[in-house]
Write a protein that binds this ligand. Sequence first.
Ligand code: BG6
Length: 479
Amino acid sequence: MQNQGFPEDFLWGGATAANQIEGAYLSDGKLPSIADAMPGGKKRFKIMGSEDFDWNISKHKFGYPNHKAINHYERFKEDIALFAEMGFKCYRLSIAWSRIFPRGDEEVPNKAGLNFYHQVFDECLKYDIEPVVTISHYEMPLVLAKDYGGWKNKKLIGFYKRYAETVLECFADKVKYWMTFNEINSAYHFPLLSQGMSYGDGAENMTDVMQAFHNQFVAGAYAVKKGHELDKGLMIGCMALYATTYAYDSHPENQWERLKSNQEFNQYCIDVQVNGEYPYYAKRMYCDLNVAKLDITSEELAILKDNTIDYIGFSYYMSTTKNVVDSSLEIVAGNILGGVRNPFLKSSEWGWEIDPLGLRIALNELYDRYKLPLFVVENGFGAIDQIKEDGSIEDDYRIDYIRQHLLAIEEALCDGVNVMGYTAWGCIDLISASTGEMSKRYGFIYVDFDNELKGTGNRLRKKSFYWYKKVIETNGSEK
Ligand code: BG6
């Protein structure tokens, strides 16, 4: 079949998160967020997933280098000008909650924080770049995790509600596209980042994780409610980490494992936010996961029912392959979602399995199930880049990865799927969330900092910069 290509209004752009680019972690009234209290270094994720973790920043031998990051806080105009040069139609960014409510439990927002994002949005709009905002991307105020125990505590619903209502009210006339929580379902794998719960304080306990999900669903529904009251045209979406899930082979046990883990990981959170109610399989799933009775009120269920999302934002980096039959199969250590090695796929240097067709499958699965517009808000290739003597950076591997994934989106469009846009992750080099490195680069724009953030911080255009510019210019027909 002839490709019909990308629609005229396709939202081409790039994506970042405040805690991975802004730096200035204590400027203008901001207090630390949970991201600011994380360890850095190669063992970062291991420490975060163990009882060795401590919220006390000074206890970490290597701090997560986001305190300075790429200093986007000072250089945002220069960065947005580069996005504009590539022709971005949209730019996905997150608001740092702790710039607006530094502790998280205040009644009055920090004006300086709001003012910063006014400037950022104005700068985007100056170039006709539509901001796409994640309200919370792995960076709740530290106090909410340390003193309140993170999202398992129902008080967080009220704190988030106040925060979300504040930013929605403040920016509704500048921002049309919103997302409530980054990769909400990632809490199955790293509850510390997305639910602010450490091991020994909820992260290891599926009742707490499920209660935290519920509290987040209700809080997100309040954001949807407020957004629609302010302006019916606002689009408020969820954001999930989607990993297309395969069975290793046709053994029925592996097929059943695939189905179950697909429900649990990929579908559960989206089901609730799209349908406004818990799915039929929830009870059995809680039972399998040893979840005790959750605290869910009828008032909360009504809020969920009445305030469902407008679109589905999701990240896609890799697929995952399930096996419960053959214990001799190799586990893919690199894939953040685990699973066994898929013999048909190659991996990135960090062991993430590369699977563009998996994206087409994801788009079809999601659209078939939900019939809502889909937005690929994260996808990209983390790699080590080399600067040549003449200053050029030939990142053909990145171009190739993104090209393959854009082709998959184009096919999905042709399959009849409604895809609103694509924002390449880390459009400008930023700090990696899983490894805390600068050297795991995703950008079209190189930032001259090493893992210790030594360097000039200068921004350089990579080969992929010119390539992506052309892709946008031709609305995806040249890639
Ligand atoms: C997503 C997160 O899971 O993956 C981002 O939303 C993250 O915050 C991105 O940076 C890529 O992962 P990493 O570990 O390579 O930075």
